[in-house]
Design a binder for this molecule. Structure first.
Ligand SMILES: [Zn+2]
Length: 259
C-alpha cells in the first residue's frame, strides 16, 4: 500500500541529521509523498532544499506563531520567493498558539502574521496548513473572516468534535496524528469518528508525536501506516479503502497527482 504524510518536519535537526537513511526507511514503508512543513524562513528554505533533493518530498513554507520573525514584510517576501518552487504545495504552518503564550499582547501579535499569510496563500493560489493550539475560538473567528480561498487543513487537530463541525463548514480539512493511537485519547478518536470522510488527512508531525507502539520515541513518516490502521478501525473501514479516501483528499487539497 502507498501512503502520504501531509505534515512532517524532515527539516528538524533530529531527522535531518540522518536524512538519507530516514528517507530510505520511509520509502520502504510505502510513503511516497511527504509534505515537509516549514516553521520560519530558515526551516522553510530547508524544506524546499529537501524537496529538491528527494523525489518523494514536497514542501510547505511559512512562519509558525512560535517563531515570529523580527521583520514581517521581509519574512513574507522571503516566504513568497520560496513558494514559487514547483514542489511547494502550501503555505504553512501558520496560525495561533496560546498553549505556550499566555500574554495577551504576544497572542495578539500572532494574528496579523496569520492573516497576512492567509492572504499570501490566496495570492499564490495555494492552500494553507494551520497550527491552532489552545486557540480554537480565535482561529475560527479569523478563518470565518479570512476563509482560505484555496482551502486548508487544521493540522494535528486538537479541538472538540463540535468545533470540528464549525471548521468543516468553512471547507477545511483535518489532519490527525499519532495521538489517535493512544489508548486514553477519547477526544481525538471521537474527532476522527465525526470527521467527514472527504475531509480527513493523515500526518505524523514527526519528529514529534510518535504513534503507539513507538510512543515517546522519535517519530518519522515511516510510522504513517500505524496511524492509518487506527483511523480505519475508528471509521470501521478496511485500511485500503480508507487509505484510498485519504489519497483523494490529499490530491484534492494539495493538487498532487497520485496513481
Ligand atoms: Zn508541525
Amino acid at each position: 500500500m502507498e501512503y502520504f504524510d501531509s505534515h512532517c518536519h524532515l527539516n528538524d535537526e533530529a531527522i535531518l541529521s540522518n536524512i538519507e537513511e530516514e528517507y530510505r526507511l520511509c520509502l520502504e514503508a510505502g510513503v511516497t509523498h511527504m509534505l515537509c512543513v516549514g516553521y520560519d524562513v530558515a526551516s522553510s528554505k530547508v524544506a524546499v532544499d529537501l524537496a529538491e533533493r528527494f523525489p518523494a518530498v514536497y514542501a510547505a513554507v511559512g512562519v509558525h506563531p512560535e517563531n515570529l520573525e523580527p521583520d514581517m514584510n521581509k519574512a513574507l517576501q522571503e516566504i513568497k520567493e520560496l513558494a514559487k518552487h514547483p514542489k511547494v504545495l502550501a503555505i504553512g504552518e501558520i496560525g495561533l498558539d496560546y498553549y505556550w503564550y499566555k500574554d495577551p499582547e504576544i497572542r495578539n501579535a500572532q494574528k496579523p502574521w496569520f492573516i497576512a499569510q492567509i492572504a499570501l496563500a490566496e495570492e499564490l493560489g495555494l492552500p494553507i496548513s494551520i497550527h491552532a493550539r489552545d486557540a480554537v475560538a480565535d482561529t475560527l473567528e479569523i478563518l470565518k473572516e479570512h476563509t482560505p480561498a484555496h482551502g486548508g487543513v487544521l493540522h494535528c487537530y486538537s479541538g472538540s468534535p463540535e468545533s470540528l463541525k464549525e471548521f468543516a463548514k468553512l471547507g477545511l480539512y483535518f489532519g490527525f496524528d499519532g495521538p489517535i493511537t493512544f489508548k486514553n485519547a477519547v477526544t481525538p478518536k471521537e474527532c476522527v469518528r465525526v470527521c467527514p470522510l472527504d475531509r480527513l488527512l493523515v500526518e505524523t508531525d514527526s519528529p514529534y508525536l510518535a504513534p503507539t507502539p513507538f510512543r515517546g520515541k522519535q517519530n518519522s513518516p515511516k510510522y504513517i501506516p500505524f496511524i492509518v490502521d487506527e483511523m480505519a478501525k475508528i471509521k470501521e473501514m478496511e485500511p485500503a479503502k480508507l487509505n484510498e479516501a485519504l489519497w483523494e483528499n490529499f490530491s484534492r487539497l494539495f493538487r498532487v497527482k497520485h496513481g
